[in-house]
Design a binder for this molecule. Structure first.
Ligand code: C2O
Ligand code: CU
Length: 469
């Protein structure tokens, strides 16, 4: 724990940098004064150790007076009704996560955003049958950032995620901590996980989802928008700069255009990180689009006792109240410079590939086949990938690496898309060009996936496999 910067819950001591004078904060105490507090998943330190996670059937109460049957990732000491713990990892360290499948169906465990070897990537090939377990050995070699883990069984990803299987991964980096010591990073105190997902419930409280159903072009669209598994919860924060790590963990819902994220008073906020880590500098905005699978970290400055809502379009999804007393958050600040991001120009790339996402749920006319490797790339090379949506809307995700977005239909992209990403919105007739560098481990027997991250599209076949040679 000596070098931990995030507060590790349940480990006692609660070493706490960033100027706060408090110790470890239990998840529930940071959300007093409301009967619908934001659930803060427990933070588990997985650095240089093996962590067991049990994948189980569970139950939780989301709607009043009903119980919802769910799936969840559970720790040795904590049974979660939904989602999973937040896994703390660190650059240059190794996290071994042992997933124990106690469901009665096969699952897999994929770490979305992590640059790990194909054999530890948890794609559809890495099935964990009921009663079995599988350890993913994650050698972290990438900057600080917010990622996530979720199942990836072919044809069943949508169903398993909607029923509750998803959790955050936070990678920290001592270099980043030393360079930016005052960035808020007290988990659950001034640094909050915000997992946005939508669900429709049946009258009996169960989640309405049918993996055999064709949800069509738009994918599954749930009636309720949940944050960390609750409908419009409240989070208590200190006064000053507060960080939110936002994941669009929805099966297929875009919070984009009229449904973009904003604050109810139209206050400006600052995007500091995209999928793969910090941006070059904070980007001020009043509205932020986020597609399925994408992450953004934002900073919001709150005055004493201020109440403001995070909205998706016109809908309030999270109430923020700066009423957390007894915490000195005065040293938390918004740095002017965050990281250095390489230019997309003059990269000397020789190879370009085209990916056409078809209305028939194909990529380049082909549906995902477990036995077919669609592309082979060369270790250490950089390629330009052209991704076309042909009029519909998708998000395109590549496993095992991060990329830089070059442009969209030849035009400039918003500043918050100019950092490392692994998932990008591909919308309308506007093709997206990305520069992708393959510096994973080469292993011809362990392919990675690329796919649409609208889970119903992915499950219907809008996915392909590539190996790094
Ligand atoms: Cu978030 Cu292939 O996955
Ligand atoms: Cu799609």
């Amino acid at each position: 724990l000596g070098t931990a910067s995030l507060v590790i819950l349940g480990c006692g001591g609660g070493k706490n940098k960033g100027g706060s004078s408090i110790g470890a904060t239990p998840p529930s105490s940071s959300t007093s004064g409301t009967n619908n507090p934001l659930v803060i998943p427990p933070l588990i330190d997985t650095r240089n150790t093996t962590t067991d996670l049990w994948v189980r059937k569970s139950q939780t109460s989301i709607l009043a007076n009903t119980v919802t049957n769910t799936y969840s990732y559970n720790t040795a000491t904590e049974a979660l009704g939904l989602l999973g713990p937040t896994l703390l990892m660190e650059n240059t360290m190794t996290s071994s996560v042992n997933f124990i499948n106690e469901l009665d169906v096969a699952t897999t465990a994929h770490q979305h955003g992590l640059h790990v070897s194909g054999s530890n990537d948890g794609g559809p090939q890495s099935r964990i049958l009921p009663g079995q377990s599988r350890t993913n050995v994650l050698e972290i070699d990438q900057p600080a950032g917010t990622h996530w883990y979720h199942p990836h069984p072919h044809g069943k990803t949508g169903e398993q995620v909607i029923n509750g299987l998803a959790g955050l991964i936070i990678i920290q980096d001592q270099n980043e901590i030393n360079t930016l010591p005052n960035l808020p990073r007290d988990y659950g105190v001034n640094d909050f996980p915000v997992i946005i997902q939508d669900k429709t419930f049946n009258a009996d409280g169960t989640v309405q989802y049918d993996s055999a159903k064709n949800y069509g072009k738009r994918g599954y669209l749930g009636e309720n928008i949940l944050v960390n598994g609750k409908i419009e919860p409240t989070v208590s924060t200190p006064t000053g700069w507060v960080r939110f790590r936002i994941l669009n963990g929805s099966n297929a819902r875009f919070y984009e255009r009229d449904d973009s994220l904003s604050l109810s008073n139209n206050q400006a906020f600052y995007v500091i990180a995209s999928d793969g880590g910090l941006l070059e500098a904070p980007v001020q905005t009043t509205s932020l689009p986020i597609g399925p699978g994408e992450r953004y970290e934002i900073m919001v400055e709150l005055t004493a006792s201020q109440s403001v809502n995070l909205r998706a379009g016109k809908r309030s999804i999270l109430k923020i109240t700066a009423d957390l007393s007894g915490i000195d958050n005065s040293t938390a600040n918004l740095p002017h410079v965050l990281a250095s991001i390489p230019s997309t120009l003059n990269q000397g790339q020789a190879i370009s590939r085209e990916f056409v996402l078809g209305g028939d749920m194909t990529i380049n006319g082909k549906k995902m086949k477990m036995a077919v490797i669609n592309e082979a790339v060369t270790l250490g090379t950089t390629e330009v990938w052209y991704i076309h949506g042909k009029g519909a809307r998708h998000t395109f995700h590549v496993h095992g690496c991060s990329f830089l977005v070059i442009d969209r239909d030849g035009a400039n992209i918003p500043a918050w898309e100019k950092g490392w990403k692994d998932t990008v919105i591909v919308s309308g007739k506007r093709p997206v060009r990305v520069l992708v560098k393959f510096n994973q481990v080469a292993d011809r027997n362990s392919p990675y996936m690329y796919h649409c991250h609208m889970l119903e599209h992915e499950d219907m076949g809008m996915m392909g496999q590539f190996t790094v040679m």
